[in-house]
Design a protein around this ligand. Structure first.
Ligand code: IPM
Ligand code: MG
Length: 299
């Protein structure tokens, strides 16, 4: 029987509750489908930061590398630690260190739920680029605090990065309906997004069985709401995918319903699985479906 080693990082806020609930589900799944699970829990979080001055130990990535996969709750406690520190000290370095360039986020109406649109056939797989683009972290600030202050945040799109995420999108489309939506804003962003469109055309030649359509991010946001049945697999840059997947989650009925897989399809490194929602400080004690009370009070 296969045994999988899972690193559990509950993190902050409701992350802790949802990991406990998710683990119970995993245990049932392991019995039903015949595999074994071993886990180790890491308390890396904002609380850890307040004690140790860092979100995870210096050798945190090395430690995680020994696991088959990572299950992460949520990161962030902005009242005490700025998000720019907590996220750049834990979630984002894990995605980058293991080159988890695919962020796959399936959005569909789960059994027993409806969602605000009451769109029964809502079923979209978002493939978000997860390592570069608008979130590559390149930039800086000069003349800080003066009237001449300048802040620059550079989007980085590499041929390698764009091509590999598009290929993954095409492969998923092949496995589903054969339809792929490629998202840009090439009418306004004439360098990076025109480049993305060109690479899309080049890659499309290798997938003649996939029908690829281009959409601008603003137009596809409206389409998610007005005609979601016309979409199936959607591939987008880091920022656009981030926004679209909150929209997808909202259409599912709320952020709490949406799942997120950070994957390096080449293997050899642990993939990381997490909910799309954040630490949701206001919901602490009320987020786990196991502890949830209709009264809205915690356990
Ligand atoms: C997500 C989150 C993160 C992201 C934030 C917290 C950095 O919004 O997983 O969608 O944008 O990647
Ligand atoms: Mg997000």
């Amino acid at each position: 029987m296969n045994e999988y080693k899972i690193a559990l990082i509950p993190g902050d806020g409701v992350g802790i509750e949802v990991i406990d609930a998710a683990w119970l589900v995993l245990e049932v799944a392991s019995q039903r489908f015949g595999f074994k699970l071993a886990s180790e829990r890491f308390d890396w979080s904002c609380e850890y930061y307040l004690k140790n001055g860092r979100m995870m130990p210096e050798d945190g990535i090395k430690t995680l590398r020994q696991f088959d996969s990572i299950l992460l709750g949520a990161v962030g406690w902005p009242a005490q630690v700025p998000d720019s520190i907590s996220l750049h000290g834990l979630l984002l370095p894990i995605r980058k260190a293991f080159d988890l360039y695919v962020n796959a986020r399936p959005h569909k109406i789960l059994k027993g739920t409806t969602g605000p649109l009451k769109a029964e056939n809502f079923d979209i797989l978002c493939i978000r680029e997860n390592t570069e683009g608008e979130y590559s972290g390149a930039g800086g600030r000069v003349h800080v605090g003066t009237p001449d202050e300048v802040a620059v945040e550079t989007s980085i799109f590499t041929r390698r990065g764009v091509e590999r995420i598009l290929r993954y999108g095409f492969e998923q489309a092949q496995k589903r309906s054969g339809r792929l939506a490629s998202v840009t804003k090439s009418n306004a962003q004439k360098h990076s997004m025109v480049f993305w469109d060109e690479v899309t055309d080049e890659v499309a030649v290798d997938y003649p069985d996939v029908e690829v359509k281009r959409y601008h991010i603003d137009a596809i946001a409206a389409r998610f709401v007005m005609q979601p049945e016309t979409l199936d697999v959607v591939v987008a840059s880091n920022l656009f995918g981030d926004i679209l997947t909150d929209l997808g989650a909202a259409i599912q009925g709320g952020l709490g319903f949406a799942a997120s897989a950070n994957v390096n399809p080449a293997g050899g490194v642990p993939s990381m699985f997490e909910p799309v929602h954040g630490s949701a400080p206001g919901y602490r004690g009320r987020a786990s479906p196991i502890h949830w009370r209709p009264s809205g009070r915690g356990p």
